[in-house]
Design a protein around this ligand. Structure first.
Ligand code: AMP
Ligand code: MG
Length: 489
């Protein structure tokens, strides 16, 4: 296996060489055989003691050059200064026919950027990251991936004493908005900013159209468009990221850094999934706006290279239109409606907004609603059992039935059978609800990792019926609303 490390080759201004800190008595919690195969990585790594050592920070393969990179960022709206990979280490990159990918260990010990932290991650949060990365991939949403999850009895102190775990995660690159902010804020280091931007353009945006006449404005435009697409996808599945700080924003438009994330249960547009987010800065309905705010920070960071305020705005502004277009397309297809004509689009927007309003006032279960609607839509008889199953989700039946009547008439006009069938392929039956992952965490803490595997396999195909797992698609139990997820991880 040949390992390369192009980011390390950028030089010491960008990263520090750090050896992983061994975690004692490592054990496999989960291994992603499908991803190994997809990347053409050796299947021999599965259950292999050498791989266990490498992916737990207890060894390296020849050619790996572990580094921690430096970045800065805005956290909760405030400039936080230097942050950096405080507990992530890049081991190196491998080549595939689809391009190169970087492997990072998360939780493999202290780095020069650990600040007050211990460089570790706990089993609880690592299970969440491992499962959610793969659940997002199953939903078709751009994300970093997870190759393995390894536990260790090494004690880690959070609110209580927990044990350590290491996730090995994979992405073409882990470059964040914060990497650019870092160098932009070192007045004497604009060469490094340019070097980073050129590196990013060359390796990850080589197909970029040069529509704005300045490569760095073009980069900003492409990141804006990718981020718009990502955010629309998050909103469409009810995903709350929880910590959309600029250091958690991927330059490639990937979902990155799974912390206090949550898939909505009952639909509350103002839902805050991060217990530490007292102001609700990262509430569900704020996410699209926050992404734009973050892009603005990136734009500010790139200003010395773009050197033209108006041009920078031209690169940022398309975010709004792109987000709205993606959002409308997603929610229309969730309803099985096409936006073929302007008239249709206008009617559909009204239907979407009215439905979301109804759902918001009743806290209707987000995932169940769309899935049941997908089953009901083909039935023109409005009292069909499939329609009753949707109506059952509402207390105010009359309001829902009024909406249903309008919706059904549009289905007749706009939709053919094929489009209705497509609803099932855009409205997932299964998402990684908090209570599901909580059960897996509790079992794993007792040494039984089977639930991690079960959820992993289930969520690989979230649109398939998988009737033997029906109970995983049920309404959350009452205790689910007591789960508090903070930044502690
Ligand atoms: P996060 O909120 O997880 O995105 O982390 C924000 C910053 O804190 C990043 O620079 C992390 O590397 C760092 N960090 C978080 N937890 C730890 C830890 N346990 N040890 C060292 N650094 C950490
Ligand atoms: Mg982070």
């Amino acid at each position: 296996m040949t390992w390369i490390n192009r980011f390390a080759a950028l030089g010491p201004a960008f990263s520090a060489e750090v050896l992983p800190s061994p975690a004692r008595e490592p054990y496999w919690v989960a291994q992603n055989a499908a991803l190994l195969q997809a990347y053409g990585l050796p299947q021999e790594w599965l259950n292999n003691p050498e791989a266990l050592a490498v992916f737990s920070g207890n060894g390296l393969w020849e050619g790996m050059q572990p580094i921690a990179s430096v970045y800065s960022g805005h956290q909760f709206g405030h400039w936080a200064g230097q942050l950096g990979d405080g507990r992530a280490l890049s081991l190196g990159e491998f080549q595939t026919p689809q391009g190169s990918y970087e492997i990072q260990l998360k939780g493999a010990g202290k780095t020069p950027f650990s600040r007050m932290g211990d460089g570790r991650a706990v089993l609880r949060s690592s299970i969440r990251e491992y499962l959610c990365s793969e659940a997002m991939a199953g939903l078709g949403i751009p994300t970093t991936r997870a190759l393995s999850l390894i536990g260790s009895p090494l004690p880690v102190l959070r609110e209580e004493l927990e044990t350590a775990a290491i996730v090995s995660r994979v992405a073409p690159s882990f470059i964040r908005f914060g990497h650019f902010e870092h160098f932009a804020n070192q007045a004497d280091n604009l060469d490094a900013l340019k070097q980073l931007a050129d590196f990013t353009l060359t390796h990850y945006f080589d197909e970029v159209e040069h529509s704005l006449g300045n490569p760095y404005a073009d980069l900003l435009l492409q990141v804006s468009l990718r981020t718009a697409s990502l955010l629309a996808q998050w909103q469409a599945v009810g995903f709350c990221h929880g910590v959309m700080n600029t250091d958690n924003m991927s330059i490639l438009g990937l979902t990155l850094d799974y912390g206090p994330f949550q898939f909505l249960d009952g639909f509350d547009p103002q839902h805050i999934c991060n217990h530490s987010d007292h102001q609700g800065r990262y509430a569900y309905d704020k996410q699209p706006q926050i992404a734009y705010w973050n892009l603005f920070c990136l734009g500010q960071a790139l200003m010395p290279l773009i050197d033209d305020q108006e041009l920078a705005m031209k690169a940022l502004e398309p975010y709004k239109e792109a987000f709205t277009a993606h959002w409308t397309a997603h929610f229309s297809s969730k309803l099985g409606l096409s936006n073929l004509t302007d008239d249709h689009a206008k009617t559909n927007m009204g239907l979407i907004q009215d439905l979301l309003k109804l759902m918001g006032s009743e806290r209707t279960d987000f995932t169940l609603l769309w899935r049941r609607l997908s089953h009901a839509a083909p039935h023109s008889e409005s009292s069909a059992p499939e329609w009753q199953a949707v109506q059952d989700l509402f207390l105010d039946r009359e309001s829902f039935k009024a909406w249903q009547a309008k919706y059904q008439s549009q289905l007749q006009i706009q939709s053919d059978d094929c489009e209705v069938a497509r609803m099932l392929s855009v409205n997932p039956k299964y998402v990684l609800r908090n209570h599901l992952v909580e059960v897996a965490i509790q079992k794993s803490k007792q040494g039984d990792h089977s639930e991690v595997d079960t959820l992993f396999n289930l969520l690989k195909s979230p649109f398939d019926e998988q009737p033997e797992f029906d109970r995983y698609a049920d309404l959350p139990p009452a205790w689910a609303s007591d789960i508090e997820i903070s930044c502690s991880s």
